[in-house]
Ligand binder design. Sequence first.
Ligand code: ATP
Length: 590
Amino acid sequence: MSLSRLIAGFVRQHWPAYLAAGAMLAGVAFLGILVPRRIGAMIDGLATHTLSGSGLLLQLGELLLIGVAIYFLRVGWRLRLFAAAYLLGVQLRTRFYARLSLQGPAFYQKQRTGDLMALATNDIDAIEMAAGEAMLAGFDGTLTLVMVLGVMLLGVDWRLACIALLPFPLMALAFWRISSHIHTASTDSLKRFSALNGHVQETLSGVRALRALGLEQRSSQQFGELAGHAAKASLTAQVWEAAYEPAVGLTLTTATGLTLGLGGYLVWQGELTIGSLTAFSIYLGQLIWPMFAAGWVLSLIERGRAAYARLQPMLDAPLAVDDHGTIAQLPPGELVLDKVEYRYPGQAADAEAALKDISLRLKPGQTMGLVGPTGSGKSTLLRVLLRQLTPQHGTVRWGGHALDQYTLSALRSAISWVPQESFLFSASIADNIALAREHASRADVEHAASLAAIHDDILLFPQGYETEVGEKGITLSGGQRQRVAIARALLANNSLLLLDDALSAVDTGTETRILEHLEELRRAGHQSGAERSAIIASHRLSAVVNADLIIVLRDGRISESGSHDSLLAQDGWYASQWRYQQLEASLDAL
Ligand SMILES: Nc1ncnc2c1ncn2[C@@H]1O[C@H](COP(=O)(O)OP(=O)(O)OP(=O)(O)O)[C@@H](O)[C@H]1O
């Protein structure tokens, strides 16, 4: 969809606002047209001594009234139209945000957060301006142009009008050339701003790493360079925008010169009164606004087009995972993976797939351990279950249905996932935990925190549960962040819990307590008929020893599987890793 179609659709949707603004503008243009003729008549009346003192005062009063009416009408249309244009901004931002929230990891791998933020702010502002200011100025300018030209041609003197219009085609040509430069310069300027935004976002997120590595100076230097590039690109766009003004000035000066030449001759010949020539000159002056409006409109439209050309691909980007499932409730049932294979986009066809030939079953209420060397595919497998990734081969079924038969929201509200990097929002600890369940009571939140073995830590914080955690929980330790994220997942109490190395930053004692609580929850679920399953991916084998089934992944394949004891008996990777970790633990205990 082009920008013009987007705006046309929006105008249709909000036609009352645009109609009201248009009517007020027409009123302004009409009243504006009256002024020069009245001034011309006053001058002729004064020159021929036919205008009395009281008549002059009356006419001046009328002009004042017209001026006041124009003022209020101008305020009126601006308010009406801008209110509508801001709505377009809201609509676009909401659409953009909704699309972003549906996108999967593959999309975010290709897009920089700073770019997306620039699109949601700067670029949409430019589109908003094209739908508001540009529409207004375009309509106002065109209306004024048509009315002023009509009066000049039909109401004053058509010969003067024709000669005055001679330089205008040249101006149109100049405008066309300038606007194409503005388009290029605006695209560049928006891109540079995005890059600058990206740098700020990245450096602020990684500010601790930057400081630790002593890279502040290098980063500041990069920022300075990016800011310089952005300013230069913005200046180039401004320079081209400024080029409209001399083009308008030159055109008007030429038109005025031609008018005065021919007008003077006609006055001299007695074919035109001085009042008419004055009125014509004022009308000519009134063309300044339509000409500036044309330049202003063109530059706003080019900026809007450049911005929309950047935004549209994001709005139309295909979703990595479609949401065409229809089943809105997940029945309890077995989770079955059959010959699942997943290869990341961009991975070479001859490169090893991240998951190969994965077949396994998890009965309701069972706990499965997922272990294996780093990069063996544990996180990938969990993300397949969340439908963040869609396998190229094989099937994943839950409760007898393929995963994609469920709506994404049904699927995701049946799963609690604690990723490797737990994310905390800038809110209180209580709010961060309560995110998992709307209207959770404080008692529920505290219970979940106790299960995640973080309750006592929270009570030691200055404001307890009301302690604000900064962006990404900057005030909490890694282990505390992990446990707040686990508490959030446990509060949701969903059918399937996925822990992706979510206990890596807690000590083994705390890990044992949390795992015992999970086991209690599982038993309670079993007794109440609401089975709770869990998949625990971990580097530390102590986290999975009690699992009903342990899967060992190596290079994306299942290399071993069974209970802890049977895996020890197999004497493969698991057994040697277990011995190694046991030795390490006993050395640590010394
Ligand atoms: N977004 C991605 N694009 C391309 N390859 C990826 C991507 N994410 C992971 N991989 C690759 O897929 C393989 C499996 O990665 P995965 O993160 O699932 O392993 P893991 O077992 O969870 O590792 P770790 O224990 O270190 O977290 C690795 O070779 C990794 O490099």
